[in-house]
Design a protein around this ligand. Structure first.
Ligand code: F6P
Length: 545
């Protein structure tokens, strides 16, 4: 549907309903409905998702589901899984889900056998990474590869960098990975520091193979390599991941060493394509297959589960609830897992590049806010930094807490009898409790607190959170988490009626940078740029560089 969702009866009902409960407290919600703590949960594959600490009643949830029906969420979902060109502004199918379908399922996208193509690339990736891992593939001097350096940016960096860190326990072949993305030379220089060219393999990862940052870094990396090992070494030390074979060949990488994907995979949805090659090199094709299987399990859940029990759909609807009815601006993602340190950054691209749009798919302006601002840090670090604002600030920041029953690492506590992981998780549970229920002035006074301090110590509570728990951070569970958020983003985009799969907003800045660059060093005075601020900045830079 392309009509304005805010003009529908379902939206108006939610608006009226919100007016009736906006001032009610989570304490009341739990008092009125004591079973909600275990009933407002949903199991999505291995993920136990508790959404009971949200400022909703069961009626709210019914109304949100009605909104989803009105926005034809299920039809849009089926259109995606049916290969329709739901990325309308780029006239493309949206097929990241096809990257994790089992080999025996026939999938046709744009008239081609996408299922067969995907599994052929996976087979080649497996063959190549097996050779790297076994030492059959050696560098120009005959030494085995010890480090893969992924050169890419955005979706060609954040996904593999996040997964590599998250699954560091699964590295089992003596290969480590590093990631270079920024055109700031400090990134490449610091990443190459200490590496031996003879044992280093570069993966140049770029969907378009035209991204300035990536081609600049790849060229600089090639100079670093050839200065040490000569030009012929490139064949054994550079491979590419791209949709664009000609540009890969033009860069000087043999297309026999290129791993392809397709324009129906968006960059921010591509970690499970050949873009994950660096991860596969480190953890092996079997563990990589488990990551894909975890994603597929959530795809199946999203595709087949009625909306009222559909985890990604519910979480997307709650995002809409806070963004559009409570006016929340942002969502905090708080993994109680150090290994997920890059997960918030990964989600920033996934969610904000997808849903940061001001027009609907048909080009008409949106009439409500879109695109939650995602941010976060691992707990407990965040607790000692920004949680003060979450607890007592004036802004409403819904938060996603992510935690695991079993740790990837554990150590004894101070007295040697307990587990540090238990301390970590007790913090997660405590934080969601305090955010939701707070502490009243009466409770604080009853503790004998100096009356002057009481207002400072009041914890208002009523701050919503989701708790996402899983047994352990395995490849499959990580895949589940990724797909959970992908489909939340889809749900929000469907409600807002926007194209969640284009990213026109990043283009103009790239063009402007190309136009400005020669002005920084030109012999003549630079051409005026049409505004006095940019002119002054350029002049200052020229006189100080
Ligand atoms: O500039 C945004 C973007 O196009 C992202 O969508 C993409 O993930 C990134 O640049 C990198 O693009 P590429 O993989 O083509 O180098």
């Amino acid at each position: 549907m392309s009509s304005d969702i805010t003009a529908t009866a379902a939206w108006r009902k939610l608006h009226d309903h919100h007016a009736g409960l906006a001032d009610r407290h989570l304490r009341e919600f739990f008092a009125d409905d004591p079973a909600r703590g275990h009933e407002l949960t949903v199991q999505v594959a291995d993920l136990r998702i508790d959404y009971s600490k949200h400022r909703v009643t069961r009626e709210t949830l019914d109304l949100l589901v009605e909104l989803a029906h009105t926005a034809e969420l299920e039809q849009r979902r089926d259109a995606m899984f049916g290969g329709e060109h739901i990325n309308t502004s780029e006239d493309r199918a949206v097929g990241h889900w096809a990257l994790r379908e089992p080999a025996d399922r026939r999938i046709i996208l744009d008239g081609a056998d996408a299922g067969a193509d995907v599994h052929e690339v996976l087979r080649r990736m497996g063959e190549f990474t097996d050779a790297l891992r076994s030492g059959a593939w050696v560098g120009a001097t005959g030494e085995r590869i010890e480090t893969v350096v992924n050169i890419g940016i955005g979706g060609s960096d954040l996904g593999p960098a996040m997964v590599y860190l998250a699954l560091r326990h699964y590295a089992d072949a003596g290969i480590s990975a590093r990631f270079v993305s920024n055109v700031d030379p400090a990134d490449l220089v610091s990443t190459l520091d200490g590496l031996n060219p003879a044992t280093t393999l570069f993966i140049v990862a770029s969907k378009t193979f035209s991204t300035l940052e990536t081609l600049t870094n790849a060229t600089a990396a090639r100079r670093w390599l050839t200065a040490a090992l000569g030009d012929d070494a490139v064949a054994k030390h550079f491979v590419a991941v791209s949709t664009h074979a000609q540009r890969v060949a033009d860069f000087g990488i043999d297309t026999a060493n290129m791993f392809g994907f397709w324009d129906w995979v968006g960059g921010r949805y591509s970690v499970d394509s050949a873009i994950g090659l660096s991860v596969m090199a480190v953890i092996g094709k079997e563990r990589f297959a488990e990551l894909l299987d975890g994603m597929h399990r959530v795809d199946e859940h999203f595709r087949t589960t009625p909306l009222a029990e559909n985890g990604p759909a519910l979480l997307g609807l709650l995002g809409v609830w806070y963004s559009n009815f409570f006016g929340a601006q942002s969502r905090a993602v708080l993994p109680y897992s150090n290994d997920l340190a890059r997960f918030p950054a990964y989600l920033q691209q996934l969610t904000m590049e997808s849903n940061g749009k001001s027009v609907r798919a048909d080009g008409s302006p949106v009439t409500t806010s879109t695109g939650e601002i995602f941010w976060g840090e691992p707990g407990t670090n965040g607790q000692h930094a920004f949680y003060q604002l979450l607890h007592q600030g004036t802004r409403l920041v819904p938060a996603d807490f992510i935690g695991f029953a079993r740790p990837t690492d554990d150590l004894p506590t101070i007295d040697g009898t307990g587990s540090m992981h238990d301390i970590l998780m007790s913090n997660l549970f405590a934080q969601t409790k305090v955010l939701a229920f707070g502490k009243t002035a009466e409770e604080i006074t009853a503790e004998g607190t100096d009356p002057k301090l009481v207002p400072h110590k009041v914890m208002p509570g009523n701050r919503p959170s989701t708790a996402i728990l899983a047994p352990q951070l395995t490849p499959s569970v990580l895949g589940q988490l990724i797909a959970l958020y992908e489909h939340q983003v889809f749900t929000e985009g469907a409600i807002w009626g926007i194209d969640s799969f284009d990213q026109w907003g990043v283009e103009l800045g790239k063009k402007q940078a190309l136009a400005v660059e020669p002005l920084l060093t030109s012999a003549e005075d630079p051409e005026p740029q049409g505004d006095s601020s940019t002119d002054a900045l350029i002049r200052w830079y020229r006189s100080h560089r």
